[in-house]
Design a protein around this ligand. Structure first.
Ligand SMILES: NCc1[nH]cc(CCC(=O)O)c1CC(=O)O
Length: 311
């Protein structure tokens, strides 16, 4: 292993949200970077930054309005030089990023599936079960499969949601397998097959951003980029961008490496789950996902099309 000159004067400052999951992900990034470059333990310091999404816990995210709920403060810290790079769950990163910020690397993707907690299968949920989720995608997909269930708004970090479930605020909830696994809870819940519940765009992917003009930082991060995951997440984000959608839209999409290209599948739903349109395509490159989005929008029932502004 070579030891190139540090990307910036050590220590490099890695910005992250302060939730337990975000901190675990920040430590994964720091460890990967140190290992790739043979850097010492103290080469990277982790800087927790509180985001709007963390501060406002009592309202549905869609209601808080504004954009960049999970990234605005980290973007600011990055642009003003208070941190050198930032780690995000790519699922929470807006489709359109500031021009001065670059997605420099994406770690190998974890389990992309959702896990159901409180019942073994969606079909096995009791009639009229109350399901805690604040995800428009999960709510719509559940109601598509089980119109009898009631959706209860459920916010907060993973532990908060598990506590709410224990306290009886809902009969079941859905969480990303990736988050549960990273928090050392692989035993919690039952994975739902992607044919039953297609995951959110970028679910299970951890991304690292840096300033577009920080060549040394970008070069250092390139060493931990996982090209296949990066291409798949880029395709999923191109799909969202073409829809004019974000992480608050009832959209699912999953790209998987397939030979030289990408096997891509996606679905759009009405918010109540009554309507759904699905599509699949083999893409030669990630940007071709935009064409599939255009095609789905053209074929979508009016109630679904009305949720998306297009590009
Ligand atoms: N919206 C919150 C969020 N953002 C990323 C994850 C999980 C980790 C991942 O998908 O990489 C979660 C929690 C969840 O959906 O259960």
């Amino acid at each position: 292993m070579t030891m190139p000159a540090p990307a910036a004067p050590f220590p490099l400052r890695l910005g992250t949200r302060g939730s337990p999951l975000a901190l675990v992900q920040a430590h994964m990034v720091a460890a990967a970077l140190r290992a790739a470059h043979g850097w010492p333990e103290d080469a990277i310091v982790i800087v927790p930054v509180k985001t709007t999404g963390d501060r406002v816990q009592d309202r549905p995210l869609a209601e808080i309005g504004g954009k960049a709920l999970w990234t605005k403060e980290l973007d600011g810290a990055l642009l003003e030089g208070a941190i050198d790079f930032a780690v995000h769950s790519m699922k929470d990163v807006e489709t359109i990023r500031p021009a001065a910020i670059r997605i420099a690397a994406i770690l190998p993707r974890a389990d992309v599936r959702d896990r159901l907690i409180g019942a073994a299968t969606i079909a096995g949920l009791p009639h009229g079960a109350r399901i805690g989720t604040s995800s428009p995608r999960r709510a719509a997909q559940l109601r598509q499969l089980r119109p009898d269930v009631t959706i209860i708004p459920f916010r907060g970090n993973v532990d908060t949601r598990l506590r709410k479930l224990r306290d009886g605020e809902a009969d079941a909830t859905l969480l990303a397998a990736a988050g549960l696994d990273r928090l050392d809870r692989p035993d919690i819940g039952h994975a739902i097959a992607i044919d039953v519940m297609l995951p959110a765009p970028a679910q299970g992917a951890v991304g690292i951003e840096a300033r577009a003009d920080d060549a040394a930082m970008l070069a250092a991060l390139a060493a931990i980029d996982h090209a296949d995951t990066h291409a798949c997440v880029t395709a999923e984000r191109a799909f969202l961008a073409a829809l004019g959608a974000d992480c608050h839209s009832p959209v699912a999409a999953l790209a998987v490496r397939d030979g030289d290209g990408i096997a891509f599948r996606a679905e759009l739903l009405s918010e109540d789950g009554a309507e759904r349109i699905t599509g699949a395509a083999h893409l030669a490159s990630p940007d071709e996902a935009g064409a599939l989005a255009d095609d789905l929008l053209k074929r979508a029932p009016a109630r679904i099309a009305a949720l998306f502004t297009g590009r």
